[in-house]
Design a protein around this ligand. Structure first.
Ligand SMILES: [Zn+2]
Length: 293
C-alpha cells in the first residue's frame, strides 16, 4: 500500500484515546494494477465428504447414489482423513478469494461427532484467513435414526454454529415435518441459525423431498425470519409458474434464505428424465428478497 506524496492517511485524536488513523475518501492505494473486492461466500459445503469421488465414485450420478456411497465410506472416516480432505478444500477456497465458508459435516451414530470436532479444530486453525461456520448436519435423518437428536445436542454443546436438518431420510411426510419442527426447536433453544435440506427432488411427486412451503410456514409462525436457510431447493423448478411464485412470496415473506447449488444439482438432477426435457432443478436465487428464484 502506498499513498501519493502529501496525501497520506490523516490522524485524529479521540477524546481520552490514542491518535487513530482515519481513512478518507480521497486516500489512494496503489494496487499495482490489481483489483480489491470483498471476499466470496461459500454457503454450503460438505467438507467432511470432499474428494470422496477419487476414493469411490457415485455409481449412477444420482442423489441416492451419492448418499449410498458416502454412507458406506463414512464408516471408515478417521480424523486424519477428514482433516486432510477438508483442509485441501479450505486452502483452495481461500486461495480463490473465499473468506466465509459454511460447512455441513454429518452427525449420526455412524460417524458420531468426528466431522464436527475436526471442522471446529480447522475453524480455529484457519481463523486468520476464513470464517468457517460448522453446521451439525443429520444426514441419516433424526426420527429414523435413534440417537441422532442427542448427538445434535452434543454437537451444539461443543460449539457447532448452526443446526442442520435432512428430512428426506425420514419414512413419512409426517416425520419429515416433525424433524423440521425439532430442528427449529433446537435452533431456538441453543440460539443458533438453522440450515435445512428439506427440498431436494426433481418435482413435488414425493412430498418428503418438497417441503419448502412447510419450512416457510414454520419459520413465519415462530418469527425466525433471517435465521433459517434452505439449501438445494430443487423441486419448485417443476411447479407451474403461478405456484412457484406463490411459494417464492411465502419464503420471502417468512425471511427464509435460499441457497441454490447448481454445481451439485445440475449434476444430480433429472437423471430419470429420458423422454422429455431434462429437469435440472436449479434456478437463480436471492436471499430473503421479493423473488426467491
Ligand atoms: Zn447439501
Amino acid at each position: 500500500m502506498r499513498h501519493p506524496p502529501g496525501r497520506g492517511a490523516r490522524h485524529r485524536r479521540h477524546p481520552g484515546g490514542r491518535a487513530r488513523r482515519t481513512p478518507r475518501a480521497d486516500d489512494a492505494i496503489d494496487c499495482a494494477g490489481r483489483v480489491v473486492l470483498p471476499g466470496f461466500v461459500e454457503p454450503h459445503l460438505h467438507l467432511d465428504k470432499a474428494h470422496l469421488d477419487a476414493v469411490r465414485p457415485n455409481p449412477d450420478g444420482t442423489l441416492a447414489g451419492a448418499i449410498s456411497v458416502t454412507a458406506a465410506l463414512k464408516a471408515g472416516f478417521t480424523a486424519e482423513d477428514v482433516r486432510a480432505r477438508a483442509s485441501r478444500v479450505l486452502e483452495d477456497a481461500v486461495l480463490n478469494g473465499t473468506t466465509l465458508v459454511r460447512a455441513h459435516p454429518d452427525v449420526d451414530p455412524v460417524v458420531g461427532l468426528l466431522g464436527v470436532e475436526v471442522l471446529a479444530e480447522l475453524r480455529e486453525r484457519y481463523a486468520a484467513a476464513v470464517d468457517l461456520q460448522v453446521v451439525a448436519f443429520p444426514q441419516e435423518g433424526v426420527l429414523r435414526t435413534p440417537g441422532t437428536e442427542a448427538l445434535l445436542r452434543a454437537a451444539l454443546g461443543k460449539g457447532a454454529d448452526v443446526v442442520g436438518g435432512c428430512t428426506y431420510q425420514e419414512e413419512s411426510v409426517a416425520d419429515c415435518r416433525a424433524q423440521i419442527r425439532l430442528v427449529l426447536d433446537l435452533a431456538e433453544e441453543y440460539g443458533v441459525p438453522a440450515d435445512l435440506h428439506a427440498d431436494f427432488g426433481d418435482d413435488t411427486e414425493d412430498p418428503r423431498y418438497a417441503l419448502a412451503g412447510y419450512v416457510a410456514e414454520e419459520t413465519a409462525r415462530r418469527g425466525l425470519g433471517g435465521r433459517v436457510t434452505l439449501g438445494h431447493m430443487t423441486s419448485p423448478a417443476a411447479l407451474p409458474r403461478a405456484e412457484r411464485l406463490r411459494l417464492a412470496e411465502a419464503l420471502a415473506a417468512a425471511g427464509v434464505a435460499v441457497v441454490s447449488l447448481p454445481a451439485t444439482d445440475l449434476h444430480l438432477g433429472g437423471r430419470g428424465d429420458e423422454e422429455r426435457p431434462v429437469r435440472r432443478g436449479s434456478r437463480g436465487s436471492g436471499s430473503c428478497g421479493r423473488r426467491a428464484w
